[in-house]
Design a protein around this ligand. Structure first.
Ligand SMILES: [Zn+2]
Length: 130
C-alpha cells in the first residue's frame, strides 16, 4: 500500500500505510477527517474507538462519529465538565427563559385586563354623556 492510500487516521498517526483491514479506512476517508480523527483520538483511546466502530451498525457510524467529535470537543474545551457542563448550562438557560416567559405571560394577562377595564369605563362614560 503506498503512502497516498493511507486513510486519514493512519495519516494522522504517521503510519507508513494502513494495516491490513484497517478499521479506520472506511470511517475516515476524506482529507477533512484528519482533524476529526485527531480531535477524537486526543480524547478517546484509539483501541476504544476501534471497538466502538466495529460494534456499531455501519448505518449509525456517522452518528457515532458526530457524537464522539462533539464529546471530544466539549472535553477539550472544558476538561472538568465536558458535555455535561454544556447540558447543565443549557438546562439553566432553558429554565430562566421559561421563568421569563411565565412572567411575561402574566404581564400580558394583566395588561389585557387593564385595557378591557379602561374600555368598559370609556364605554360607560360615553353612554352616560349622551
Ligand atoms: Zn488506516
Amino acid at each position: 500500500m503506498s503512502m497516498s492510500t493511507r486513510c486519514r487516521a493512519c495519516l494522522y498517526k504517521k503510519r507508513k500505510a494502513c494495516p491490513v483491514g484497517c478499521v479506520f479506512a472506511p470511517v475516515f476517508p476524506g482529507f477533512e477527517h484528519v482533524q476529526r480523527f485527531g480531535i477524537i483520538s486526543d480524547v478517546f483511546h484509539e483501541k476504544k474507538l476501534e471497538r466502538w466502530i466495529l460494534t456499531t451498525d455501519p448505518r449509525d457510524l456517522p452518528m457515532l462519529l458526530d457524537s464522539l467529535e462533539y464529546e471530544a470537543r466539549a472535553r477539550l474545551e472544558n476538561p472538568i465538565t465536558g458535555s455535561s457542563g454544556q447540558v447543565r448550562r443549557l438546562t439553566e438557560e432553558n429554565q430562566k427563559l421559561r421563568q421569563d416567559m411565565e412572567r411575561l405571560t402574566a404581564e400580558i394577562v394583566t395588561l389585557r385586563e387593564i385595557t378591557a377595564k379602561q374600555r368598559q369605563e370609556q364605554h360607560h362614560e360615553q353612554v352616560w354623556s349622551v
